[in-house]
Design a protein around this ligand. Sequence first.
Ligand code: HEC
Ligand code: HEC
Length: 392
Amino acid sequence: MLKLEAYKKVIVSATVAASVALLAVGCVDDVKPENSASAKSTTLGIDGGSVYSVVDGKKGPYYVYVPTQKLAHDLNYGRVPNAAELAAWNTDLQPVSKLSPEGHGIPEGEGSVEDGEDIYDAKCVMCHGDFGSGGGGYPALSKGNAYDLHKTLTNNRWKDPEAAGPVRVFGSYWPQATTLFAYIKDGMPHPFSGSLTDNQVYALVAYILNINEMKIDGQEVDDDYVLNREKFLKIKMPNVDGFEPNISGANALPVVRAYFANAKNFGGQNLNQGAVRCMHDCQKATAKIKYIQHGGIKDFHPSMSDARNLPAKKVQKLDVKKTYATACAMCHDSYLSPGSPEWAGYLADGMKNVYKKGIKGTEGGMPAKGGTNLSDADFKTMADYISSGKVK
Ligand code: HEC
Ligand code: HEC
């Protein structure tokens, strides 16, 4: 759709996922909850984010269009984005690399750690926590020193059960800082994406580098640091070479294409189809399975039955008089006795209702089925018996 080059897709996939979701419902330019017509149906979520009416009283984080244009597939909401909206989202973004030493996609601008902290406290802290600690389902933006935490990525608990698990946050894990810039600019603060100026994004990036205790060109990004484009292009993430395929070399594009052309690179060694991609029976059966046939364990005591049917249940024949005497008489003999005016009143309601009320029980004091576990049919027989007046 956006005709991005393959390598750009790889790099911006995180942002694209976020922005395509927005794009699909077409809320690119029109989400202005403060002053648009949709403001009426907008409320604030517990985390301060906007919540919009969607359909049938349901709420969601995105403003959804009433359909004006039926899409080719079965989506019944949203509309096709127009060319201007596509152009607004279609930011070319490349890693800072030999391929793109000029840092294509990164605008001019500057911002300080100090300003970044203020903006963060106003617009980000409610979701991402103090100093980017995350929590409540929102991702952490820092867990401490990026260079120390980067070492945890190769921890192997198989060899060292005491080792901490890999810590994957921006500082320790992301291979490129350009992704951070674009993620914040295009996707944050959720759901008011696109509301930050370039300088505010610089300030926020500076602050996030600061809380990840990172350095640029050997210099610590301390509390007084002011980040600009020139310095930004010198950021070297500790995990820059941690991904397959390597997207940052001079030959990034052909490397990426060759990598994905060969399914063996990402599908394991036992593919039936070799290097060809496949959708079913892809894995060769390598495990040796032995089935227990003809016996297996034989000496059970007593030996196991091979009967297919359970023994027929002995059905007790209903003894009407005995059941009445033991289960109904204590109430129906003394009051509501058969033949009483009350009982005649029940009968006037129709036998169907008499059965129904007796089986379900009533608030007026009849326990369901009189507190017995008679079958429905047997209970009906009992109700008939009472109704017949033969009891007395
Ligand atoms: C209303 C809550 C909310 C607010 C406010 C918010 N974010 Fe986010 N942010 C999210 C969510 C949710 C995600 C994860 C999205 C996903 O993984 O699909 C996220 C992801 C991110 C990420 C990527 C983290 C990662 O490791 O994947 C960054 C960076 C980020 N936000 C920065 C910011 C900045 C900077 C601000 C303030 C300008 C901000 N966010 C404000 C909810 C919020
Ligand atoms: C604990 C007392 C109690 C026992 C035991 C009891 N009943 Fe009742 N039964 C009542 C009372 C009280 C009503 C009237 C309920 C009402 O008016 O809501 C009633 C109502 C009924 C009705 C419904 C009549 C109608 O149309 O509303 C049927 C049928 C009935 N009993 C059958 C039986 C049968 C059969 C048994 C024995 C298996 C039995 N009851 C055991 C107290 C009892």
